[in-house]
Design a protein around this ligand. Structure first.
Ligand SMILES: [Zn+2]
Length: 238
């Protein structure tokens, strides 16, 4: 099967990938792929969770950024304030990871501690949204510039031993370096914007962008005409 790939020039895609791959610290701000891939992805109306189950792990949206044993991951240098988690951590074993919506992979970086991070850019009726996936490895053939559709498996959970989990975040806006952050300070410090900046609660976001479930057919012989959904007020009781 041949997957659609965005019109992002090959050279640019390679250089962006190289830039992001070679600098696993969260300081990259030179890659600006957004405008060149805009035309490739199908517009997005609906989102879904990237895993088939969505059980919380140790950290939720806005939790202090700590390991499950309580060890603090990062503080502001001057105030000592503990950074806050920009995404939600999900309990999982090693399993496939799906795209939350139609979009284009715009970033892939590898961090020695957190393994692979991937960003997918979505063109929605309300503007650009970026979904962030951490602790994953992309599958073969999925790289910067690859177009994905909602529910398409593009990665697998990375093995982090007893710390294996999935991190998912939703960033409202087009690409900038801060779209990579797994946490942000509670108030601006060390050059980083204050939490939540452009991040929103990812579970709430997905739930509010879920595709409506069609109502069942009225009978087996006479399917209701398209569209299947009708206003609640016109439903008839069986
Ligand atoms: Zn996390």
């Amino acid at each position: 099967m041949i997957r659609a790939v965005s019109r992002l020039p090959v050279v640019a895609a390679i250089s962006i990938s190289a830039v992001w791959m070679s600098a696993p610290t969260f300081s990259q701000d030179t890659a600006r792929p957004a405008s060149t891939v805009r035309a490739a992805a199908q517009p997005v109306d609906y989102f879904q969770f990237p895993l088939p189950s969505w059980a919380p792990h140790c950290l939720g949206f806005g939790s202090e950024w700590r390991y499950c044993d309580g060890t603090v991951l990062r503080r502001c240098s001057a105030s000592g304030a503990i950074w806050l988690h920009t995404g939600v951590d999900i309990t999982t074993g090693i399993q496939p990871v799906m795209a939350a919506a139609n979009g284009v992979i715009i970033g892939y970086i590898v961090d020695p501690t957190f393994r692979g991070g991937i960003l997918i850019r979505h063109d929605t009726p309300n503007g650009i949204v970026i979904t962030q996936y951490w602790h994953v490895w992309p599958r073969a053939g999925y790289t910067v510039g690859t177009v994905v559709t909602r529910g398409e498996v593009f990665a697998d959970i990375a093995d982090m031993g007893s710390r294996t989990h999935f991190h998912f975040a939703v960033f409202i806006g087009d690409y900038e370096a801060d779209a990579w952050r797994g946490a942000l300070p509670p108030t601006r410090c060390d050059g980083f914007p204050a939490f939540p900046y452009r991040f929103v609660n990812p579970t709430d976001f997905v739930m509010s962008h879920w595709q409506p479930i069609p109502l069942p057919f009225r009978s087996h012989r006479q399917p209701m005409p398209f569209p299947f959904q009708r206003p609640i007020s016109t439903r008839t009781k069986p």
